[in-house]
Each structure stands twice: as structure tokens, then as C-alpha cells.
Design a protein around this ligand. Sequence first.
Ligand code: ZN
Length: 241
Amino acid sequence: MAKTSELRKQYEEFLNTLDKQTKKKFLNAMKKLTHAHYNWEDDLRLENALKNQWEKKDTSVSEFSDLNLYFLKEDEPQDELPIPKAATATQETIDEYFMRLALKEAVQAYREDEVPVGAVLVSPDGDVWATAHNTAEHGLHAMAHAETVAMSVAAISLQQKRLWDCTLYVTLEPCAMCAAAMTHMRIKRLVYGASNPKGGAVENGVRFFESSSCNHRPLITKGILCDECGDLLTAFFRSKR
Ligand code: ZN
């Protein structure tokens, strides 16, 4: 089976052969069909299968519908994921597990035409207290980033002013607003996927947690499932070009 990088190369080469309008049409077809599954490697294989169909038939979007079956998987409950057993699981396995849940939220954001970022708030006992995705474009307001929504949902539903000892998982390096919000909420640990050189404020930009305005700094782990988290964002912005 071809490697992800080879598939990606083939796919990019194929995109370059299309004129602007056809490319837009093709990417819209992709978007309808390929965004629902969080295993990005599978998505790339599917993109190539679709690409081959497209080349053969130069066909309309509806003729791809048989491939929709593939995406029925998306509606399977989240507990399909192997739940790490506390006694044997390493921290990395646990982090990957919760990051996959966050990634599922990011995929949901993608489907809603939002910048695909997802977050999961985990309690001190390892329970999921909230899952959320970015709704800044089509939600209530522009502050509705995945992290702030997840923290708000947990705090309001549990009637807790602060989220002591909780871990926040997010697919993208948080912005300055979300980093400051984590300090206010006293998040114990922040785990994120992809780095964000343009808008991030943890390892990039203002590096909020290292600044003198920060009076509570969470423990930070970065780079969990960073390729998958980043690829989803790349695909989103590519579809906007
Ligand atoms: Zn943010």
C-alpha cells in the first residue's frame, strides 16, 4: 500500500493539472465526501480513489455517492476508540486517546465550514467533561474558539468557577485569548497537537504563559497527533483557495 507522503504527492500533482474552476468543483466534491473520517491516511487513500474516478469519467459529484457508504463510520459512537486502561496505559497513549476525540470535534468544525479546531476538557479523574469545536464563524460570536467553548461548557454545567486539576486537549496551539482564559480557569495541563506559527501564543507570538502577566501556568505537552491535526487544517485552507 502506498505511503501517505506518496499519496499526498500524487494528489498535489493531480490538483495542479486542473484549471481553476474544475479545481474548485473538485475540492468542493472532496469536502462533501472526505472530511468525515478522522483517519487522515484513509482519507488520502480515498481522495486518490475519487481522483481516479474523476479522471476516468469527469463525472458529477452525485456519482460519487456510492463512496458515501464509507463515511457511515463517522456516526459510530466515540467509544469505538480503544479506551486506555489506566493501570497499563502510558501518558502518551492516554493523550493520543483524548486528542483523537478532539480531532473528531475538529472534523465536525470542518463539516460546518469552520476552521477545524477541536478541544476536549478532561476532569482530574480522567472523565470527559466537555467536547467542543470552533464555531467562531457561524456560531454566536468570534470568541467561540474550541478551547473557550469547552471550558465554558464544563464550568457552567458543573457550576464551577474554575477548573482546577483539569487537562485541556486541543488540536491547535492556542491563541492569546484562549491561553489567558486557561490561566483564569486554572487549567492544570494543556495538551495540543499542531503548532500555529501565525496565531499561536504558547510557543509562538506573545508566548503568554512565559509572560509576566501570567499568574498561573499549566504544564504543557505539544505535538500529540500533530500531523493529523495539521493536515486537517491544511486541507481546510486548501479548499478555500
Ligand atoms: Zn483561541
